[in-house]
Design a protein around this ligand. Structure first.
Ligand code: URA
Length: 437
């Protein structure tokens, strides 16, 4: 087999065999196939697409390109959740303990934030003492004893994806549906869960700006994971504005704790109940999503979900008193309101701009491995559909870097569209695939 022939075949729009795809992925991972040939192949895929079968074969080849995590020492059906990334998305902080409290083990490998989107590991690390670098043994032990652990994904998982993503990033081939789906699913399959629930975001703060693209990606990812012999479900959810109110690491932890008391913002609670009920059905803890939802509601109300969060935080070295005293979380030196430039109704929010503003304030990274400030971020005061008077705050900025305030304030202000008539608020859960019995 020659890489040249495989590139040509794809350029002509023909379907590649599993052997050809595996040859390409393995050769590229080993360094035998150079970047220029792989780039040409990515561009051919970008224009010609891939069939569902090819996409599944690419996913499996990438999942097998490095370490595959064996979770068989953990009892029960292990269910993972993956979000395609958004602004203010702290669902994992709520879902991990909530689902564990319902009896489904959560053995989760998460990532860090980049650009306008945040990452679960950074959020958790804003809790004093919290560690995400557990050994494999401690990870398994924690899940078996308390039902939940969250750690960083090791570099050894799906190295083919890491290499390919870096190449796509500089060759304008990131936004290809089969390449995105295979990238996400390869990592998830390699991390060893029995079932996966995808939260595919759609809107201004998401990777997928249109509902149609988000639905197509959700469908494709469910098909790939099921084709690989695991169970899957997906939700397409709104990201045309930040989820909840808080954007930024410690601020989001505080909001997640409120949600675990059943007192968080309604959109955050609703999305957690939707995703959580799918996780319970896939995990065998409920026969249908209605019963699962009832159970999750009870666990939020009776304090079990918050108690599980405290156990989870303590088991990973964190200060569990954060549940009663969220004021121990890092706090920013400056809090500055962003006033509305007009009176009327909030008709749109450019969530990506809000995410970039939080990054500028110190909450996120412009480039990989940049240091972040756990206290930084912002709290949205007005969401789509709400009435606002000129001069009233749209958001409250939190930062330790006074020099960032002006730019962040300008960005947040420009992210808001104020209209004279009330708009209909966006639908939070747009579609649900799978696990509905
Ligand atoms: N996230 C991923 O992990 N991979 C992609 O290709 C895009 C987003």
């Amino acid at each position: 087999m020659r890489p040249y022939d495989i590139i040509l075949k794809k350029r002509r729009g023909e379907e590649l065999s599993r052997e050809e795809i595996t040859f390409l992925v393995d050769g590229f991972t080993r360094g035998d196939i150079p970047d220029y040939q792989m780039s040409a192949w990515c561009m051919a895929v970008f224009f010609q697409g891939m069939s569902a079968r090819e996409t599944r074969d690419l996913t499996i080849a990438m999942a097998r390109s490095g370490e595959t995590v064996d979770l068989s020492a953990i009892r029960g059906v292990k269910v993972d959740k993956h979000s395609t990334g958004g602004v203010g998305d702290k669902t994992t902080l709520v879902l991990a303990p909530l689902v564990a409290a319902a009896g489904v083990p959560v053995a989760k490998m998460s990532g860090r934030g980049l650009g306008h989107t945040g990452g679960t590991l950074d959020k958790l690390e804003s809790i004093p003492g919290f560690r995400v670098d557990l050994s494999k043994d401690a990870f398994v032990r924690n899940v078996n004893s308390i039902g939940v652990a969250v750690v960083g994904q090791t570099a050894a998982v799906a190295p083919a994806d890491k290499k390919l993503y870096a190449l796509r990033d500089v060759t304008a081939t990131v936004d290809s549906m089969p390449l995105i789906a295979s990238s996400v699913c390869s990592k998830k399959l390699a991390c060893g869960s029995d079932a996966i629930v995808f939260d595919v975001k759609a809107g201004s703060g998401a990777f997928m700006k249109s509902d149609e693209d988000a639905v197509a990606l959700a469908r494709l990812m469910v098909e790939i994971v099921e084709g690989a012999g695991r169970r899957a479900a997906a939700v397409v959810s709104d990201m045309s504005q930040p989820l909840g109110l808080a954007v930024g690491n410690a601020l989001e932890v505080r909001e997640a704790i409120d949600a675990l008391r059943g007192q968080g913002p309604p959109d955050l609670i609703e999305l957690c109940l939707t995703l959580g009920s799918l996780m319970l059905v896939l995990g065998g803890a409920a026969s249908d999503t209605d019963r699962a939802r009832e159970l999750l509601g009870r666990l939020l109300e009776n304090g079990s979900a918050l108690a599980k969060f405290a156990e989870f935080v303590a088991a990973q070295g964190g200060d569990a008193t954060v549940c009663e005293r969220p004021e121990i979380l890092p706090r920013a030196a400056h809090t500055v309101p962003v006033p509305s430039h007009a009176s009327g109704y909030v008709s749109a929010i450019d969530a990506e701009r809000v995410g970039v503003a939080a990054m500028i304030l110190g909450a996120g990274r412009r480039v990989k491995d940049e240091a972040i400030d756990p206290a930084a971020g912002l709290v949205v005061e007005k969401k789509i559909g709400q009435e606002v008077a000129a001069g009233e705050p749209l958001a409250l900025l939190h930062t330790n870097n006074a020099a960032s305030i002006e730019e962040a304030s300008r960005l947040v202000s420009s992210a808001y569209t104020i209209s004279q008539s009330p708009p209909s608020p966006p639908l939070l859960v747009k579609r649900v695939f799978g696990a509905q019995r």
